[in-house]
Design a protein around this ligand. Structure first.
Ligand code: URA
Length: 246
């Protein structure tokens, strides 16, 4: 169709009433809604332009996605990481200080392959983390996601803070399967944040219906999918482009 992007998004949000689109930090009073946060930053726009360009070589593509991931993680952990207040001796005095609690690592869950890339710079943003890899492969005909690698721990507590990464939220099938698995192990949706690079309404609508309270951080919301499930205009196959397997 040819409806302008903003009309489409408004209609999706209005029809479902489960998703709020925001540019800034989430409103904690809206815990029953899924929040989609698109940080309005020039470096988000810049790196997204590099990633979208079909002529960008693999290394530069990966660097741009890594940079976007870094910015989105930075936003996602704003006011969210547990902290400890203490005092620090400077060379010339004593200062009150706040540090990230070293005893409470954030769980990073990259969905292989492409989900590795937005987390490439995660350790330069998050002081303590543990990475649990999961691998889903999408059947190109049915678009169904099936699990082929699972390094998740047997259980989570509802307090565990989890960041799940998949750069392309297209149909939402893979992300929904992964989030269901996390919740079945005890994780709380309220403590899960999703990092994506480009998200499309079909995925956001399903995620909003299934996981109220979820927060999704993304560089862009694109209007639609083509008939083989690619996001349009999107950036192509993120895994192939990042790893040079095009
Ligand atoms: N996965 C991708 O890599 N790209 C898309 O556009 C959709 C799913």
């Amino acid at each position: 169709g040819s409806a302008p992007r903003s009309c489409r998004l408004t209609s999706v949000a209005a029809r479902k009433r489960t998703i709020t689109y925001a540019a800034q930090a989430p409103d904690p009073n809206k815990s029953s809604q899924m929040l989609v946060i698109v940080p309005p930053h020039v470096l988000v726009k810049h790196n997204l332009a590099i990633a979208r360009n079909k002529d960008t070589p693999s290394g530069a593509f990966r660097a741009a996605i890594g940079e976007l991931g870094k910015i989105l993680i930075y936003e996602a952990v704003r006011d969210w990481l547990p902290t400890v207040d203490l005092q620090i001796e400077t060379p010339v005095g004593v200062a009150d200080a706040t540090v990230v609690d070293p005893t409470k690592p954030v769980a990073l869950v990259p969905i292989l392959r492409a989900g590795l890339v937005p987390l490439e710079q995660a350790s330069s943003v998050i002081p303590v983390s543990i990475t649990y890899h999961v691998g889903y492969v999408r059947d190109e005909e049915t678009l169904e996601a099936s699990l082929y690698l699972n390094k998740l721990p047997p259980s989570f507590t509802p307090e565990d803070q989890i960041i799940v990464s998949d750069p392309m939220l297209a149909t939402g099938g893979t992300m929904i399967a992964c989030l269901k698995d996390l919740v079945s192990r005890g994780a709380s949706v309220q403590n899960i944040r999703v990092i994506s690079i480009v998200a499309a309404p079909p995925a956001l609508t399903k995620l909003g219906d299934e996981f109220p309270g979820l927060k999704v951080y993304t560089a862009m919301i694109d209007p639609e999918l083509n008939d083989v499930g690619y996001i349009i205009p999107g950036l192509g196959d993120a895994g192939d482009r990042a790893f040079g397997t095009v």
